[in-house]
Design a protein around this ligand. Structure first.
Ligand code: UD1
Length: 354
């Protein structure tokens, strides 16, 4: 049996690994490595427990550090694990520093690399995620693309030969979990379905630029609806540093688990976010999304009329959250592989490894 060494480290990667790890283990031996990029219980262990992800074989425990240092520590650790376990393939997910480290470690050890969620582009190189995903794609032998747009992006960069359209593992994960998520979290937080917004803000470009961050809080405060607002540790640190109070209609929650996130998103009037994953989850759940960025990798959601980009503009946030309605045409889940991504990825890996 061939060995696939999968690398995860940050919250969205746990969600993606949940259905794929299960599927891969039918055909391959999997070595699961956690870099330790996310380490708080609510950011890491809670996801493994809730999504029944197998215990990682190795946890490198690198923790937080400036990007370059964090990536260097992870890369060094991963090189050691690859040398010890001698896999046939390294599998890397998404666009975090853990993604980049896995790609560099595969390059150094000469092991083939596959990238899940390949080909996405925001065309904003100021985001570390954009640089991470470009590097991962260019170092990969197999680029597993969630959408046709992602395939076209790779074609433009001369990577057509390694690009495969597989669909999005996040749709597989969402379809798997949505019933289990139910509406328990909505009731527990005292919210009424359809009469609140679900908001998250964690991107460095929003949290670390004070004018943008305060404008977003102003925008949230001007929406005449209650807002459930799970707070990422990075955002918590900024709130504490600036000593600002959240607006009265905004209720801070600790980071929410995957099922709690799906539950709160599914029943919201609008999702308001700068997260990539949550923009798509809103689309999968047929909830209109207000995105706190100037551009997005998930252009299909915008083209379909279910996602609007409002940046950090308080007035546009209020208008989109309260007055804008999505089109009647339901979201098209076939554009994301219809829930078949894990099977297609397993088949592509089997083909590559022969
Ligand atoms: C990372 C990803 C981002 C992804 C996000 C999901 C990169 C460059 N970015 O951003 O693409 O959307 O994960 O959450 O990899 N912290 C804790 N506890 C934790 C983890 C982090 O307190 O368990 C704090 C630390 O102060 C840390 C900060 O959060 O410095 C940022 O964490 P980091 O992993 O560097 O990036 P994220 O903002 O989480």
């Amino acid at each position: 049996m061939k060995t696939v060494l999968s690398v995860v480290g940050a919250r969205p990667q746990f969600v993606k690994a949940a259905p794929l790890s299960r599927r891969l283990r039918q055909d391959f031996r999997e070595v699961l490595v956690h870099t330790g990029q996310h380490y708080d219980h609510g950011m890491s262990t809670a996801f493994f427990t809730e999504l029944l992800i197998p215990e990682p074989d190795v946890n490198l425990g690198v923790g937080s550090a400036p990007h370059g240092e964090q990536t260097a520590r992870m890369t060094e650790g991963l090189i050691g694990v690859i040398r010890e376990t001698d896999p046939d393939l390294v599998l890397t997910y998404g666009d975090t520093n853990s993604t980049l480290a896995a790609s560099l470690a595969a390059l150094t050890t000469g092991v083939r690399l596959a990238h899940v969620e390949a080909g996405l582009r925001s065309f904003n190189r100021k985001m570390p995620e954009e640089v991470n995903r470009i590097a991962a794609d260019h170092l990969s032998d197999l680029c597993l693309c969630p959408t046709a747009t992602a395939v076209s992006n790779l074609e433009r960069e001369g990577l057509a030969d390694r690009a495969r359209l597989t669909g999005d593992v996040m749709l597989d994960a969402c379809l798997d979990a949505v019933e289990r998520a139910g509406d328990e979290a909505v009731r527990r937080h005292g919210l009424t379905p359809g009469e609140y917004c679900f908001a998250t803000v964690h991107r460095a470009e929003n949290t670390d630029r004070t004018t943008r961050f305060l404008a977003i809080l102003d925008g949230l405060g001007s929406i005449p609806l209650p807002i459930a607002f799970p707070v990422h540790p990075r955002t918590r640190a900024v709130l504490d540093k600036l000593e600002v109070e959240l607006p009265e209609n905004v209720t801070a929650l600790p980071p929410t688990s995957y099922l709690e996130t799906l539950s709160l998103a599914a029943h919201a009037r609008k999702v308001i976010t700068d997260s990539g994953g949550l923009q798509k989850e809103a689309y999968f759940l047929k909830v209109p999304c207000v995105t706190l960025r100037e551009e997005t990798e998930w252009t299909e959601t915008v083209d379909a009329g279910w996602n609007v980009l409002v940046g950090a503009d308080a007035k546009r946030i209020r208008e989109a959250a309260f007055y804008w309605d999505p089109p009647e045409k339901a979201p098209d889940l076939s554009a994301y592989g219809g829930g078949q991504a894990c099977d297609r990825i397993a088949a592509e890996i089997a083909k590559l490894l022969g």
